[in-house]
Design a protein around this ligand. Structure first.
Ligand code: ATP
Ligand code: MG
Length: 567
């Protein structure tokens, strides 16, 4: 369950639960469920649903939240997805205990429910093909037409349905349909399909079944079998609620959960449809479901998101009934806020520029004390080696600086963080290309620790690493995956890819980081001073590979947005 110290949220769903507890509607029980279909990896939208379902259950002493795989569509589902979903849920900090269920475990029960419906005259086997069914369904303006199979006898329907199960018919020959109302203004009620023939091996039931139940039929009954009290889903299922209730009423189930809809999470510059995310993976536009640019939990995790930051984000966005788009800057803000507290500060130079300190003794090395956190003394200090040759960030130097550039320039003095003041004396260039290869500087031995005894000031403090002690590493810098805030807004299943950001990933090699990072394990978070928060993606001592992913920059776009709004 979520940390007990996370702030309590109240939302309209919680109010419904409180009312139900007061009126003893469900005999004091609160049972929710998170019901993923294992046809892809979890994304940040799922995190909202997870935090909501597990979070609500955890607020009540008797509260329970089930994990149930809605695995009725074997064409698209597999074990890899099941494992990744379990892994991500655990990582997010939620525990389903022994409450792990699969809709496929109910196949026999669901089949019996279908038989009951047929016996009641409430379901029939229909031999129209898919096109005909669509045609007969009618439109929003016009009522549908009865299928010629609608009036078959119970005996005929039972016989056909049993033979469907026995594998006597080709895929698509027949479907079992609920017998409701072909003139209903709600299209979902116009005799929806409840079973179809599909000869596909299922990842759990193998070849036992060649008919599979449809989502609407499966979902309400699975909820009921598990004794769910509040079945929370996203708004697009609002029109399905009458059907949810119809199945449970007709079958007179002991437990009739209440379906409650909330607005799904949409995030700017992001797509959330698993179908589309799968395209990015299959077409190798990204490196996999866990590519750090993906909005998946696995991707965010590899980028360096913490579980706390994601849970905190879900809490802040709240739960409502109105669809909206959340600014991705808020998600980044939540990560920054968390890492600001947790991530130790270190120095790393992404684009190194060699600097020789001419008056520093050649064979001297000093171990200088550096703070691991500027405002949290409990995080302690470390020693950083300083020597005659160091690296500075290439763009911290300008030969011909414009007015507001206060960093290093010819003749100018600056402070090296935790070290000395240095002054740039000479710029060495490659004779052929004219590019800067090295700076020659001098240091003032009196300024050790970063202050001058005569009180003179400098305008910049720069990060650096000692060349001979630095560790070579590779760094991935990420940007938004899409250039448009709403890449899904205009159109088809394909054209969201027109809005991919060609600069969503930059890889820098030859970066130099301070030696304290030598043993940083995979999964380690740190702040490279002045540059952002970084995450160790790979640290393989055997082949000297150290790879960092930038989790987020230090610039807080969200804080700016908020400030702007306050004005
Ligand atoms: P997709 O459309 O991406 O395939 P889905 O809704 O089909 O998503 P499921 O695996 O069925 O994916 O989702 C599991 C649960 O997560 C459902 O209860 C669903 O309502 C919820 N969920 C999915 N996407 C979001 C979202 N963007 N915001 C909030 N909840 C979501
Ligand atoms: Mg779904």
């Amino acid at each position: 369950m979520i940390d007990s110290d996370s702030k309590p949220v109240s939302n309209f769903i919680q109010n419904i639960i409180e009312e139900d507890l007061k009126s003893d509607k469900h005999q004091g029980r609160v049972i929710t469920r998170f019901p993923p279909e294992p046809n892809g990896y979890l994304h940040i939208g799922h995190a909202k649903s997870i935090c909501l379902n597990f979070g609500l259950a955890s607020k009540y002493p008797e509260g329970i939240c089930n994990l149930r795989f809605d695995d009725t569509n074997p064409d698209k589902e597999n074990i890899e997805y099941i494992e990744s979903i379990k892994d991500n849920l655990k990582w997010l900090g939620f525990d389903w205990g022994d409450r792990l269920f699969y809709a496929s475990d109910y196949f026999e029960q669901l089949y019996n429910y279908a038989i009951q419906l047929i016996e009641k005259g409430k379901a029939y086997v229909c031999g129209l093909n898919a096109d005909e069914i669509r045609e007969y369904r009618g439109t929003l303006k016009e009522p549908g037409k009865d299928s010629p199979y609608r009036s078959s006898s119970v005996a005929e329907n039972l016989d056909l349905f049993k033979r469907m199960r026995a594998g006597e018919f080709e895929d698509g020959t027949y479907v079992l349909r609920a017998r409701i109302d072909m003139a209903s203004p709600n299209l979902n009620m116009r005799d929806p399909a409840i079973y179809r023939i599909r000869r596909v091996e299922h990842h759990r039931t193998g070849n036992k079944w060649c008919i599979y139940p449809m989502y609407d039929f499966t979902h309400c009954l699975s909820d009921s079998i598990e004794g769910i009290t509040h079945s929370i889903c996203t708004l697009e299922f609002e029109d399905h609620r009458p059907l949810y209730d119809w199945f449970l009423d007709e079958l007179e189930t002991d437990c009739h959960p209440q379906q409650i809809e909330f607005a799904r999470l949409n995030l700017s510059y992001t797509i959330m449809s698993k179908r589309k995310l799968l395209q990015l993976v299959e077409q190798e536009i990204v490196s996999g479901w866990d590519d750090p640019r993906m909005p998946t939990i696995s991707g965010l995790r590899r980028k360096g998101y913490t579980a706390e930051s994601i849970r905190n984000f879900c809490e802040r966005i709240g739960v409502g009934k109105r669809a909206s788009i959340v600014d991705i800057a808020l998600l980044e803000h939540c990560l920054r806020e968390d890492l600001n507290q947790k991530a130790p500060r270190v120095m790393g130079v992404l684009r190194p520029l060699k600097v020789v300190i001419e008056n520093y003794p050649e064979d001297q090395v000093e171990e200088l004390e550096a703070l691991n956190h500027p405002s949290d003394p409990s995080m302690g200090t470390r020693l950083v080696p300083f020597s005659r040759v160091i690296y500075l960030e290439e763009d911290d130097f300008m030969e011909d600086p414009p007015k507001k550039f206060y960093r290093l320039a010819p003749g100018r003095e600056i402070r090296l963080r935790y070290a000395y003041f240095i002054t740039c004396k000479e710029v060495i260039k490659d004779k052929k290309t004219g590019s800067i290869t090295e700076l020659r500087c001098t240091y003032d031995p009196q300024t050790k620790g970063g202050a001058a005894p005569d009180g003179r000031k400098v305008k910049a403090t720069l990060h650096w690493v000692s060349a001979q002690h630095s560790i070579e590493s590779k760094v991935h810098l990420y940007d938004k995956l899409f250039i448009k805030p709403d890449p899904e807004a205009t159109g088809t299943d394909e054209n969201f890819k027109d809005f991919l950001n060609p600069e969503s990933m930059k890889t820098l090699v030859g970066c130099k980081v301070e030696p304290s990072l030598k043993d940083a394990p995979q999964g380690y978070h740190c702040q490279f001073e002045r540059l952002g928060y970084f995450y160790v993606d790979i640290n393989n001592r055997a082949d000297h590979t150290l790879v960092f992913n930038r989790s987020v920059t230090l610039k807080d776009a969200w804080a700016k947005i908020k400030k702007g709004k306050k004005k």
